[in-house]
Design a protein around this ligand. Sequence first.
Ligand code: NAD
Length: 298
Amino acid sequence: MEIRKVGVVGCGLMGSGIAQAAATAGFDTVVREVSQELLDKGRSAIDRSLAKFVEKGELSPEQKAQALGRLLPTLQLEDLANCDLVIEAVIENLAQKRELFTELDRIVKPHAVFASNTSSLSITELMTATQRAPRFLGLHFFNPVPLMKLVEVVKTVVTDPEVVQTGLDFARRLGKTPILTTDRAGFIVNRLLVPYLLDAIRALEEGFGTIEDIDQGMKLGCNHPMGPFTLMDFVGVDTTYSIAEILFQEYREKRFAPPPLLKRMVLAGMFGRKSGKGFYDYSDPKNPKVNKLLEGRG
Ligand SMILES: NC(=O)c1ccc[n+]([C@@H]2O[C@H](COP(=O)([O-])OP(=O)(O)OC[C@H]3O[C@@H](n4cnc5c(N)ncnc54)[C@H](O)[C@@H]3O)[C@@H](O)[C@H]2O)c1
């Protein structure tokens, strides 16, 4: 199936990245937000990100202008009516996403494919809010979308094989590498990554080493670009906690259970980089120091 026009719902961190990738790849891209302020914010994020590609010589100024020209920012859901593919990237809330999909199902023409970028909700549960189950799948992008190469293409038990192929082809058209997975909590990457992150917290709680030494261990011993605590601060300590809860509810296995320290940090507002404090303290963002409140563990 040929995709000409793409709709993206939500122009936050992920939606703006997906809209940028689609527009840069040559698709007319309608992107919808709930307020003019958020729409402007998302559009300037896209502008800034494209400008960095121009600075690096990876895009010409003309290609940047063309990409921006293919973007249609809107507040009206009705503007998505003629899209061939609609990708939802609104906040991680089941009820809100279901409500949105029911509305989209009414507005967007029946042949269009619907996709969700959810990290942890069930694609099947979102799909049942529409009348187009065979034309529904997950397209799970990674942050920051313009730079990260991976897309997890998630099929449910009823996704039409032609629609799966459309998802794989679309990801490749964006210059990404798709991998195919089924609708289980965590898909492939978080299913493997989250237990590792939680285990790092348990290792800290059990006194295997300090935050810095555990991070160094995984960086220098396994060649990871960053250690688990630095990574959790990037992802968000709160986001890590909610994904762990969802995985635990699905599998009921200890390795997915959030350790006590993780929950306490969320309650105390230590969300990582975004709140200025997580496992590290970002008072000086270019030179993070271990969060003193957590010192003495390990
Ligand atoms: N942040 C990540 O690293 C990451 C990675 C992969 C997937 N995801 C998933 O992507 C989705 C979005 O996450 P995010 O980090 O971009 O969140 P975000 O909060 O940055 O952006 C969400 C945006 O959606 C908007 N929105 C809410 N309801 C809307 C509606 N009805 N119509 C249009 N816009 C609406 C909000 O105003 C907000 O700007 C979530 O499902 C999340 O699980 C996030």
